[in-house]
Design a protein around this ligand. Structure first.
Ligand code: FES
Length: 115
């Protein structure tokens, strides 16, 4: 059995009050998938489709690669909007899921699973 011993940071989803742990070398989307919430869209996973758009309210992320300007404008990015598949946490994060990404987070709560 594999145990992930990487240090992790806390990421809080404002809408559902769920918190998940995310390593500094993985995307917010990868960490979010461990919530086990049904319907989390896993689209292109390379910043191109925009389905994983989030608004970082508090905390800092670092880019893992380019994001599509068709889905996050430079102005939006300056105000904390980004794509969860293309950023990793640098500090603890508080975020809102936005756009198409909101739907799976509106269907009630599931049990959080944090390693
Ligand atoms: S999954 Fe396509 S932009 Fe994130």
């Amino acid at each position: 059995m594999f145990f992930d011993t990487r240090p992790k940071l806390s990421v809080h989803v404002m809408q559902t009050h769920e918190t998940f742990a995310c390593a500094q070398d993985e995307s917010l989307l990868q960490g979010m998938l461990r919530l086990g919430r049904k319907g989390i869209p896993v689209g292109c996973v390379n910043g191109g489709c925009g389905v994983c758009k989030v608004h970082v309210i508090e905390g800092q992320c670092r880019p893992l690669g380019p994001i599509s300007r068709a889905h996050v404008s430079a102005t939006e990015e300056a105000h904390g909007f980004t794509l969860a598949c293309r950023v990793a946490p640098v500090t603890a994060i508080q975020l809102e899921v936005v756009g198409k990404f909101e739907k799976p987070f509106r269907k009630g709560f599931t049990t959080s699973v944090n390693p």
